[in-house]
Design a binder for this molecule. Structure first.
Ligand SMILES: [Mg+2]
Length: 325
């Protein structure tokens, strides 16, 4: 006996969440629940506005079509990659939970964001017990970014710094940034995500300045393949934008084979999807701090609680059922 249900949620965001110049005041998405012989599995389908190519309406229509077929036959599409990434991820995750294949323990460690004040960072790192922190760069002056990064690395001796430039810099700007990082501190920059406008420029930057990089936007480009390179230390994997769990696991394995880290990262999923990402991270990238510290952008949690979050938890049963069979 197979049953499938789709619910729609709408969660209020903290003020000031901006995605590529677009304000996001609420997060909308779908929760799928599969039930077979009393066992259940859930997944979240939540295209991210201005990042996902599919809209929520498109994802919903496709999910209903695929779920109807599954409910009748027990079969999923042969090719998960033919589905929208958010749909492929949510449905395959629900099936994985149903199979009992997702481990219960999660990796809830977060890399705290550097504010520029070493004392604040030391206090925050002290609580988490790990030494990886994050810094957004490329929004202001490259020189300022370089000075702050240098200061933090100098002030916190075991710090490993991850940075994200979101392809902001031309090579000359990136060089200004690098100039302010003392050469002996550069190895403690875990990586900078996509420093330059093009992957070629980013690779050249890494080689010239001795600062490792990571691929993020590039991972979602159609012809991306994992290629070993001494200066590429990680790939960032955002499952909602990538697709099925099997595709995610394959990318993780390719990265590990190439000697890189794979950093599982969030696309503003609700706490339900986010805790599943934490479990996926614990299971498949156990040595790496994932990029899942997005819950503080919400005003509520949904269905499942993130450990130690003080945000109120909305009951899943209160969400609108939009389709059921
Ligand atoms: Mg990034």
């Amino acid at each position: 006996m197979r049953q499938a249900m789709l619910q729609r949620y709408s969660l209020e965001m903290d003020s000031g969440v901006i995605l590529r110049q677009q304000r996001l005041s609420q997060r909308d998405g779908l929760i799928v629940t599969l039930t077979v012989n009393g066992f259940t599995g859930q997944g979240e389908i939540a295209p991210l506005p201005s990042f996902s190519e599919e809209t929520l309406a498109q994802a919903q229509a496709q999910a209903i079509e695929v779920l109807s077929h599954w409910q009748e036959t027990g079969q999923w599409p042969d090719d998960w990659d033919a589905l929208y990434p958010s749909v492929a991820f949510g449905l395959s995750m629900a099936q994985m939970e149903l199979d009992g294949a997702l481990q219960p323990e999660g990796n809830y460690a977060c890399a705290p964001l550097c504010s520029g004040d070493p004392d604040v960072l030391i206090a925050r790192l002290g609580q988490t017990g790990q030494r990886v922190a994050k810094m957004k760069v490329g929004l202001y002056e490259a020189i300022r970014d370089g000075m702050i990064a240098n200061l933090m690395l100098e002030a916190v001796p075991e710090l490993q710094l991850r940075m994200d430039a979101n392809r902001a810099w031309l090579p000359a700007k990136a060089a200004q940034f690098a100039k302010y990082i003392a050469p002996e501190l550069r190895a403690r920059i875990d990586f900078i995500e996509e420093p330059c406008r093009t992957p070629e420029q980013s690779l050249a930057f890494a080689e010239i300045h001795g600062i490792a990089i990571a691929w993020d936007e590039s991972v979602r480009e159609p012809n991306f393949t994992v290629q070993a390179n001494p200066w590429v230390r990680a790939i960032i994997i955002k499952p909602t934008l990538i697709g099925s769990v099997s595709r995610v696991i394959s990318l993780i394995q390719q990265a590990h084979t190439a000697g890189m880290q794979a950093v599982l990262s969030a696309s503003l999923e609700s706490s339900l999807g986010l805790t599943q990402l934490a479990r996926l991270a614990a299971q498949f990238t156990p040595m790496t701090v994932p990029g899942l510290d997005t819950l503080q952008l919400f005003r509520q949690q949904l269905g499942r609680a993130w450990p130690e979050s003080s945000l109120p938890l909305q009951d899943l049963s209160l969400q609108e059922v939009i389709w059921q069979r």
